[in-house]
Design a protein around this ligand. Structure first.
Ligand code: 9WN
Length: 414
């Protein structure tokens, strides 16, 4: 590590967070993503907290200001209209206190709340006391509406935060986007279309949004009528981890955490229903068809983050990381569906690396954890604070000056 480059990189990362700050919330990057995204904000809070704990807490409190009456915390909060993003608030028709989308995102907020609390327990205690019932209600919503054999399901590819991963190819093929109507994408005016999902994908994304809106985002109706329902490693592992972290915060507050402990047992059993023995990996499972996705993805490696040890996953990890200059790729490079620049079909994402690295460290796999941390630091130092990266060449891809990549630098990689 170049000691002289360090202060400069830290300062750049802080400047990105400040530059993307819209007052109480942070946009992922100007232009491409002009609103508050759920899991991006949790990372942003972590990044801010490394130099301004109070601003870190503000980010999470603003996120929960958009919580719906049923406990769901939306994946996008549209605080201020912006024509630069599609689909906007008028398409989604969210039913919460702030204009929003109608789906959620990986619940990492409680885990980052615990990290921020640890940085300054005295300042954090009153905030955690305010947030605890809100985080509990969100986790309860997942447990009530989204379980299949104890694994957590998504109802839209955007919900897992891994939009066009091959994990959903089977379930996406089951959708006939009839009557999707006309729409104009905005993402491809900001970023090279080769790095984004295709029209085939977008037709289905938009069709699913229109279905949810028609059903007024009623989870019981969606459970009956939505053809897209996939038990997902991202959601299952992040919720399991978040429940453990929420229980720890609850104990600090001297709350009764027996409900959370029971949920942890359910999710631990549920995580094992994602074990695809033939593939020898955790995998996504299409609940409608009963089919495996047959994908080793970067979400498969979140098992350690959830506190699950599995030697076969260590072997998978070593196999996949050995063929990439900058791991961890979002899809197995030996698969014919691997595409090193197309979003979640191959590129490396700093946020996923941070979660995988934290998991490896917590599970005592410290050499792998340290190697991943240093290779991620090299990647960001050499190619910038990009949204994602080509795992073979390291080339920056997607949006630039990205909030969560800056946060990962400050919180973990540097
Ligand atoms: C749709 C903001 C978000 C991330 C997701 C990432 C991407 C949105 C999009 O950007 O998704 O939610 O329009 O492509 O896939 O993980 O939260 O950074």
């Amino acid at each position: 590590m170049n000691a002289q480059a360090m202060p400069d990189m830290d300062e750049q990362a802080r400047a990105i967070l400040r530059g993307n700050d819209r007052g109480g919330y942070t946009v992922p990057t100007a232009g491409l993503y002009p609103y508050q995204w759920n899991w991006d904000s949790a990372f942003a809070a972590w990044g801010f907290a490394t130099f301004d704990v109070e601003r870190g807490w503000d980010e999470i409190e603003t996120l929960f200001s958009g919580q719906w009456g049923n406990g769901m915390v939306p994946h996008i909060l549209f605080h201020r209209p912006d024509p630069g993003y599609f689909p906007g608030p008028e398409v989604w028709g969210g039913i919460g206190p702030v204009a929003s989308s109608g789906i959620s995102q990986p619940p990492v907020a409680a885990s980052f709340a615990r990290r921020i609390y640890d940085l300054d327990p005295e300042a954090g205690l009153p905030v955690v006391a305010r947030l605890f019932p809100k985080m509990l209600a969100w986790h309860r919503w997942f447990m009530e509406w989204r379980l299949d054999q104890g694994a957590v399901c998504i109802t839209h590819p955007w919900e897992a935060g891994r939009d066009n991963t091959p994990d959903w190819d089977g379930a996406m093929a089951g959708i006939d986007p009839i009557d999707v109507g006309d729409y104009t994408r905005r993402d491809t005016s900001h970023v090279d279309p080769e790095m984004r999902p295709t029209k085939y994908d977008y037709d289905r994304y938009v069709w699913l949004v229109r279905l949810g809106r028609r059903l007024n985002w009623d989870e019981a109706a969606l459970l009956e009528q939505n053809p897209f329902r996939v038990a997902d490693p991202t959601m299952t592992f992040t919720l399991l981890r978040a429940q453990r972290d929420l229980a720890a915060l609850g104990r600090i507050l001297k709350e009764d955490v027996s409900e959370i402990e029971a949920a942890i047992a359910v999710l631990e059993a549920g995580a094992e229903t994602l074990w695809n023995a033939e593939l020898a990996s955790y995998d996504a499972r299409d609940v409608r068809s009963g089919q495996w996705a047959n994908c080793v993805s970067n979400a498969s490696f979140l098992c350690w983050y959830a506190g699950i040890q599995n030697p076969a996953m260590e072997a998978q990890y070593d196999r996949i990381t050995s063929v990439c200059t900058y791991p961890v790729p979002s899809h197995d490079p030996s698969s014919d569906r691997f595409d090193p620049k197309r979003y979640w079909r191959g590129p490396t994402w700093g946020i996923m690396n941070a979660l995988i690295g934290i998991g490896l460290q917590d599970c005592g796999l410290v050499e792998r954890a340290e190697n991943l941390r240093t290779s991620t630091a090299d990647l960001i130092r050499e190619y910038g604070f990009a949204e994602y990266f080509d795992p073979i060449s390291g080339d920056a891809a997607g949006g630039g000056t990205f909030t969560w990549t800056a946060a990962v630098w400050l919180g973990w990689a540097s």
